[in-house]
Design a binder for this molecule. Structure first.
Ligand code: PEP
Length: 255
């Protein structure tokens, strides 16, 4: 129903040391083979695993991608504990998650921070996977669309794109992350459709029609096809199920 290439991205979060991470990447490569059936596949291991994972098949080349989970916007200097875009590129990163709800909630990341990170990544030629999503409280008050559109407008304020391939958006309702509760495909479409409309406003219709919008929140092999059947859902950002090679590969096959 649209021409956007499907994208399945795995967010390993703070799981897998170097040895375990390389092993998981190898297991995934064995499950997938080199054929992803036209689906783009991005894995986002912890920073310490990036270099090792980039050496397994070609996770740093299309149709694969290698993503970090965070970045700092400054180029270099006295920012203890942070990693720059150039550092990520030097180990093969093609993508980077920004604005994950765990970073917003536990590490105080603001929309202003996310905006600077998105701009720095774009300038470095790394594709941001920019996350948004509402809490249970916001959902129960029925304000999910306004809340998420507000995040999108703030996160992409002043951002310029030449093409829609430069940016990925992930809608992740916080109440569905790691909880086993999933949104329904209709819930996902309601917000992903509103995200696309906001992207049309911000970037224009041509570019907005190319931007992939992913659903995330307890996505798994058994439910991924339902989300992907929706007009404005172009893939999934997968947490828990991305740590099991067979499950993640099954989701790529069903995409
Ligand atoms: C995530 O946090 O990006 C996520 C989607 O997690 P899970 O699939 O485990 O809900």
């Amino acid at each position: 129903n649209n021409t956007r290439t499907r994208l399945i991205a795995g967010n390993w979060k703070m799981n897998k040391n170097y040895t375990e991470g390389v092993q998981l990447a190898q297991d995934l490569a064995n499950e997938l083979g080199h054929d992803t059936h036209g689906v783009e596949v991005v894995v986002c291991p912890p920073a310490t695993d990036l270099k090792g994972v980039s050496g397994v098949i070609e996770f740093d080349r299309a149709p694969f991608g290698l993503g970090a989970q965070n970045v700092y916007w400054e180029a270099s200097g006295a920012f203890t504990g942070e990693l720059s875009c150039d550092m990520l590129k030097s180990v093969g990163c093609t993508h980077c998650i920004v604005g994950h709800s765990e970073r917003r909630d536990y590490f105080g990341e603001t929309d202003g921070d996310i905006n600077l990170k998105v701009k720095a990544l774009l300038a470095a030629g790394i594709v941001p996977i920019s996350c948004c999503g509402e809490s249970l409280e916001v959902r129960e008050a029925g304000n999910q669309v306004d809340f998420v559109v507000g995040q999108i407008r703030a996160d992409f304020d002043g951002v310029e794109l030449e093409s829609g391939d430069q940016l990925v958006v992930a809608y992740e309702p916080i109440w569905a992350i790691g909880t086993g509760k999933t949104a329904t495909p209709e819930d996902a479409q309601e917000v992903c459709g509103a995200i696309r409309a906001a992207l049309v406003d911000i970037f224009g219709a041509d570019i907005a029609s190319q931007i992939r919008v992913l659903y995330g929140g307890s996505a798994k092999p058994g439910n991924v096809a339902g989300f992907l059947a929706e007009e404005d859902v172009d893939g999934a950002l997968v947490g828990g199920a991305s740590l099991v090679a067979a499950d993640f590969a099954a989701m790529v096959e069903r995409a």
